[in-house]
Design a protein around this ligand. Structure first.
Ligand code: GRF
Length: 185
């Protein structure tokens, strides 16, 4: 099956990346991960790139320089889809426009609620009844692009930041892959 050449951006542990790699190794899953981009050379997620022999790019320079370098690499590798899997930097408008193809992000709240950082703390503080994750297209406005899908769970009285984080991330793993399949249909 023809798979779409994909680049995954990470900043941390890479647990979402791990699920994406495992799924992309399945014949019927529609993406091939050709490149991993990471903005921190010390994170655990990079070990996955090495383990699965996926080319990777680490950058820590000034944003413009780094983004230009990435754009060249994306073109060379004929990347048609970018997945932001726990990527903690904001992509510039210039980068988003220059890439010109789909960029998808996973966010740990039910958007439009709780954009930005510290979502689990905000969920608890606002005494939400439910929370979850959202997969959406990336636009120039933070956490605002068209929503592809959301998954949620009901918050228990005993829940705290750690348990909400764990439950949200468990939903994220399926949500990301389901969203990819959904947009390919
Ligand atoms: C995820 O919870 C994602 O929603 C958030 O960062 C976390 C990344 O985790 N933006 P990991 O690096 O995939 O383990």
């Amino acid at each position: 099956m023809a798979k779409i050449n994909t680049c995954v951006f990470i900043s941390g542990k890479g647990t979402n990346l791990k699920r994406l790699i495992l799924n992309s190794n399945q014949y019927s899953f529609p993406i091939k991960i050709k490149l991993i981009v990471c903005n921190n050379k010390n994170v655990e997620g990079l070990k996955l790139a090495k383990k699965w022999s996926i080319p990777y790019l680490i950058f820590c320079n000034k944003q413009n320089l780094s983004e230009n370098k990435i754009l060249i690499e994306l073109k060379t590798k004929k990347i048609n889809l970018i997945l932001l899997a726990g990527y903690m930097k904001i992509l510039s408008r210039k980068f988003i426009r220059s890439f010109g193809k789909s960029i998808i992000n996973i966010h740990p709240s039910l958007l439009p609620k709780f954009k930005g950082l510290n979502t689990f703390e905000k969920v608890l503080k606002n005494k939400e009844k439910k929370t979850g994750c959202t997969v959406h297209f990336v636009t120039e406005k933070l956490d605002e692009g068209k929503i592809i899908l959301k998954k949620f769970f009901y918050i228990d009285k005993k829940d705290n930041v750690a348990s909400i984080k764990r439950k949200t991330q468990n939903l994220e793993y399926n949500a990301f892959s389901e969203a990819i399949i959904k947009i390919m249909k």
